[in-house]
Design a protein around this ligand. Structure first.
Ligand SMILES: Cc1cc2nc3c(=O)[nH]c(=O)nc-3n(C[C@H](O)[C@H](O)[C@H](O)COP(=O)(O)OP(=O)(O)OC[C@H]3O[C@@H](n4cnc5c(N)ncnc54)[C@H](O)[C@@H]3O)c2cc1C
Length: 374
């Protein structure tokens, strides 16, 4: 391998987005991938491109990135299955409904369209939800896509601009001027980018990233059964739970007429196998919100590992204590959404210029608050 300006470890959607952006900048790029393009968490993900309001930093990154996806939409190939589904955050009861005016105001005051639906409007929008739900918040500009094909598209874009892809080569160690591969070969590079997803901490000891297991189910084709990405408002509670396993109602219509049903979150479980108890819990939760789901056929179930950081924000930028190492990892449940913005922020930092949004909240040099638990 000739020494490139940038060597990226991992061809998941984050590594692919970084490769496309570095190549666009005119940097020479090599991507080293142990298995296949988009075959890690990217293949397991739901592909919901969602603006999230959990924190200002998460909002800024997700909004920036969803805008980038929307701008790119007309260039994506058909098999990336990009669709303007919108999101409805479903309020189960009046207590949850009471949160919606503030949530709506948060989005609208920052320029993101949002509309409160009462019980009747929710039922009209999604007739298969159970009766008696209190309402919801429609965020119409959120989208969905099929992540592995989107990753392949980004990688091809990088390759069209001269990037080299080394498939089937696993990085064993990051050294001071490059990487050592498992077969003993060494590759030098001006800059090394660790985009190895949930495996990133193995290559960068000290990076606070740990795997968080999730399950998903895909159904047979039932066109029109669900029209928007539906997420229960309690989802954030599930995403925040650091000590216990959790499930939340989260259903996505695919353009094929299929539905993805999620989602579960587990720390400390690195077993790839489907856990039938967790799967039942997740499907029971989905049926509580949408009882007719129980009569549909599921055709496949799988698991994947999110790369979780203590503060739910990714590590993007220079790694302290190593002259040449940059991180692009730790995107937890939002890496499909935030991949494009990650590529932009990474290249801005490499080129030492301002970004469209502040980079500091995602800096790998930030300190984590021990109180929040890891
Ligand atoms: C169940 C589930 C649902 C999700 N739903 C969504 C969603 O709806 N929306 C959203 O935005 N996000 C979602 N996510 C999160 C999203 O899938 C991830 O954040 C994203 O795919 C991370 O991409 P990545 O490129 O960082 O990691 P990965 O896709 O895991 O890619 C990392 C790559 O690095 C390679 N690699 C690892 N170690 C080495 C090594 N030593 N040498 C060479 N190569 C190496 C791996 O083979 C892999 O291909 C979900 C995740 C899960 C698990």
């Amino acid at each position: 391998m000739a020494a490139p300006d940038v060597l990226i470890i991992g061809a998941g959607i984050v590594g692919a987005a970084c490769a496309a952006e570095c190549a666009r900048e005119g940097l020479s790029v090599t991507v080293v991938e142990a298995e296949m393009i988009g075959g890690g968490a990217t293949a397991a993900g739901m592909g919901h491109l969602v603006v999230m309001d959990d924190s200002e930093a998460q909002f800024a990154l997700t909004r920036y990135s969803v805008e980038l996806w929307r701008d790119l939409a007309h260039e994506l190939p058909c098999d990336a299955e990009f669709a303007h589904s919108g999101t409805i955050w479903v309020a189960a009861d009046q207590e949850e409904m009471n949160f919606l005016p503030a949530k709506s105001e948060y989005y609208v005051s920052r320029g993101v369209r949002a509309e409160i639906l009462d019980a009747r409007a929710l039922a009209e929008a999604e007739p298969n939800l159970r009766a008696g739900l209190a309402g919801g918040l429609l965020v119409p500009d959120d989208c969905v896509l099929y992540p592995p094909c989107a990753a392949r598209f980004l990688m091809e874009r990088a390759q069209a601009r001269g990037a080299q892809l080394e498939i089937g080569k696993r990085v064993a160690e990051i050294e001071c001027d490059g990487v050592r591969l498992e077969d003993g070969a060494r590759a030098q590079a001006g800059i090394i980018v660790n985009a190895a997803g949930s495996a990133a901490a193995r290559l960068t000891p000290g990076a606070q990233i740990r795997p968080r297991k999730g399950h998903l189910v895909i159904t047979d084709r039932y066109s029109g059964f669900v029209r928007h990405q539906l997420v229960e408002l309690g989802y954030l509670k599930s995403a925040h739970s650091v000590s216990t396993d959790s499930v939340a109602f989260n259903v996505q219509p695919r353009p094929t007429g299929q539905m993805l049903i999620g989602s579960s979150r587990q720390y400390g479980n690195e077993d790839r196998r489907v856990d039938s108890a967790m799967l039942s819990r997740m499907l029971n939760r989905a049926q509580e919100f949408m009882p007719p789901l129980g009569g549909l056929s599921a055709i496949r179930t799988w698991t994947g590992f999110r790369a979780a950081t203590p503060d739910k924000l990714p590590l993007i930028g220079k790694w302290p204590g190593h002259e040449r190492l940059f991180m692009a990892a730790g995107h937890e449940g939002l890496g499909i959404t935030t991949s494009l913005a990650t590529g932009k922020l990474l290249v801005d930092e490499i080129m030492k210029r301002e970004s469209a949004i502040a980079r500091a909240p995602y800096s790998p040099e930030r300190k984590f608050d021990e109180q929040r638990g890891h």
